[in-house]
Design a protein around this ligand. Structure first.
Ligand SMILES: Cc1cc2nc3c(=O)[nH]c(=O)nc-3n(C[C@H](O)[C@H](O)[C@H](O)COP(=O)(O)O)c2cc1C
Length: 200
């Protein structure tokens, strides 16, 4: 599928064909695409919980106030982030770079995030947001629909997935074959309202 067609046709779909699964080949293509998403300093904060267990899906659905896509979609991910990833063996993020680049980037990364908790968390969430969009567009390209979700009780979901200390939940993403089309678009703000030139 053409990239712009995928962008235009990606919609938040809430009703899925409950018996449709994603093939292993499609799953691999999807995740290989997601892992190519950009992150600041290549930190790759994202940690994905792929929920395959039917009972776990039911519990998550209860925590998501009964949203049907949590159980019915072929795939369900809880997209999480390791907020401390910036400080966890950061040499991994530059492993293929020339030595002088590593020597420059590693202290720079440390200075950028050290003792700046708000920025660490912002960065983790940014990484997840970009990965989420890659995931939804790649899913569309493979012929699936998707739904990003924050409509759930964060504490309950954290407990269900045994969220480690220092991790945050960015969102859930359901992916599957649509049973019903998305509702008409809610109403896009005009470009003139959301873009300024040079400064606010
Ligand atoms: C971070 C995020 C959280 C969302 N949470 C939910 C949700 O819990 N349930 C739901 O049905 N839709 C959810 N949505 C879907 C939005 O309502 C939808 O993306 C928006 O209305 C625009 O519609 P479109 O994605 O079809 O273009 C969420 C979207 C985003 C980006």
């Amino acid at each position: 599928m053409n990239l712009f067609t995928a962008i235009e046709q990606r919609r938040a779909v809430k009703h899925y064909q409950a018996n449709e699964k994603m093939s292993a080949a499609d799953f691999n293509t999807l995740m290989e695409s997601v892992l190519l998403s950009p992150t600041s300093y290549n930190i790759q904060h994202w940690r994905f919980v792929r929920v395959t267990d039917v009972e776990q899906r039911e519990k998550l659905k209860s925590a998501a106030w009964g949203q049907a896509q949590v159980t019915d979609a072929a795939e369900l991910f809880v997209v999480c982030a390791d907020v401390n990833a910036w400080n966890d063996r950061p040499e991994r993020y530059v492993a293929n770079s020339p030595q002088e680049t590593q020597d420059m980037l590693l202290p720079m990364m440390h200075g950028f995030y050290n003792q700046k908790e708000q920025i660490q968390r912002d960065e983790a969430m940014r990484s997840c947001g970009i990965a989420a969009q890659t995931m939804m567009l790649a899913a569309k390209g493979l012929g699936y629909d998707s739904c990003p979700m924050v409509g759930f009780d964060r504490e309950q979901v954290a407990e269900l997935i045994c969220l480690p200390d220092g991790y945050v939940i960015a969102m859930m993403i359901a992916i599957g074959r649509a049973e019903k089309a998305a509702y008409p678009r809610g109403g896009q703000l005009p470009l003139a309202e959301v873009m300024v030139e040079n400064r606010f």
